[in-house]
Design a protein around this ligand. Structure first.
Ligand code: SF4
Ligand code: SF4
Length: 363
């Protein structure tokens, strides 16, 4: 059993003493983040994390967070190096010469064993053969040596748009490729942070958690059956939506540009697990339905096939919105009465036309 797994089996002893966190010596002092964007995708997740602030990429990279290992990021979208120089740490890791690394996958995994001849996506070339190295080949080479495997965005997590019915690429998510019971050499399961793209702070907070776990400062990361960090994905969009009050009052819009509930124009929020309406998109601002966009379920393993056609009311919503309509109409009629009462001060206050306070108004 390695250092990380050994610490996991002694959960309570991993907790730092209050006030002494900066004196903690990480179990692992240096970690490389090997980030492969070569799957089928748009690099949108790499772009997205540059907006994170809880924590920011800079905070993690520059050692501003006490107790974390020193972090080296190797991401082609954010790197200063190119070509062989950029690829060197990936080859080093594949040769088993890079001890501590976390593998981040962005983009769907095109599986040539399913799709047939040729290849759909590659990342660098093999120094020996000069041939492009496909993404499944990178997974085969690197995952047995990684401390943790994390997916950034829905494409890498579950296949996403590229894995839609009828696709020619054999695309799939990382867990579909490696197996859902896969564990890293440190004993960690695949951690999925879905979203199209991933919400910046959701990804950075998950990475922070894993780095703290590798440092011996946190217990095993809690994930749900779809591999998502539980604390980020256990609630529905609807439960955190700014428009939920309108739903409860049966007040639905049939057009864009209204502040009312969007369910009749295709919002899947009531059955989608995502914290974006609560968290906002950047610095707490935004969050799809909050700002007028229907939820299309982009954090869900069934995305996009099970949510199409977008814009049509979700099938289940017809029942729930019709059931709530009479209740909502009654509530809407009664609430102004209560509201009028609450808008008046209690009768024992001095709020009558004739002043009783002794104050002499100027003549
Ligand atoms: S807009 Fe969507 S998430 Fe928000 S209250 Fe309506 S159905 Fe729920
Ligand atoms: S609210 Fe819906 S569409 Fe928006 S990020 Fe969350 S799951 Fe995706």
């Amino acid at each position: 059993m390695n250092a990380v797994a050994a610490r996991d089996s002694h959960g309570p002893r991993m907790q730092p003493k209050p006030g002494r966190i900066s004196e903690h010596k990480p179990a692992i002092e240096e970690v490389h983040i090997l980030w492969i964007t070569g799957g089928l995708g748009c690099d949108g997740d790499s772009v997205s994390i540059t907006a994170a602030s809880q924590p920011s990429l800079e905070d993690v990279m520059l050692g501003a967070i006490p107790g974390l290992p020193k972090v080296h990021l190797h991401n082609p979208v954010l790197a200063y190096t190119v070509g062989d120089e950029f690829m060197a740490p990936f080859h080093k890791a594949a040769r088993g010469e890079l001890d501590n690394f976390v593998l981040v996958l962005e983009g769907s995994i095109p599986n040539e064993k399913i799709s047939g001849d040729g290849y759909w996506a590659a990342y660098g070339t093999d120094p020996q053969t000069g041939n492009p190295i496909t993404i499944p080949e990178w997974l085969d080479r690197l995952t047995p040596k990684a401390l943790a495997v994390v997916t950034a965005g829905t494409c890498a997590a579950y296949g996403g748009i590229h894995a839609m019915k009828g696709n020619a690429t054999g695309c799939m998510g990382v867990a579909d490729y490696l197996g859902w019971d896969w564990k890293s050499k440190a004993g960690l399961p695949i951690v999925n942070v879905p979203g199209c793209p991933v919400q910046p702070d959701n990804f950075m907070e998950t990475l922070l958690y894993l780095l703290r776990q590798l440092a011996g400062l946190a217990p095993m990361i809690p994930i749900d059956e779809a591999g998502r960090p539980k604390w980020l994905f256990e609630k529905t969009v609807h439960e955190g939506c700014d428009r939920a009050g309108y739903f409860e009052q049966g007040d639905f819009t049939h057009e864009y540009g209204s502040p009312k509930c969007l369910v009749k124009i295709g919002c899947w929020g009531p059955v989608v697990q995502c914290n974006v309406p609560k968290r906002g998109w950047m610095a707490g601002i935004g969050g799809c339905p909050n700002v007028g966009g229907i939820c299309i379920g982009c954090t869900m393993p069934g995305f996009p096939d099970k949510f199409m056609p977008f814009m049509d009311p979700p099938p289940g919503s017809t029942l729930s919105s019709n059931l709530i309509k009479p209740y909502g109409a009654l509530i809407r009629a009664l609430r102004p009465l209560t509201n009028a009462t609450l808008n008046a001060e209690p009768k024992w206050r001095h709020n009558r036309p004739n002043l009783t306070t002794g104050y002499q108004p100027p003549q």
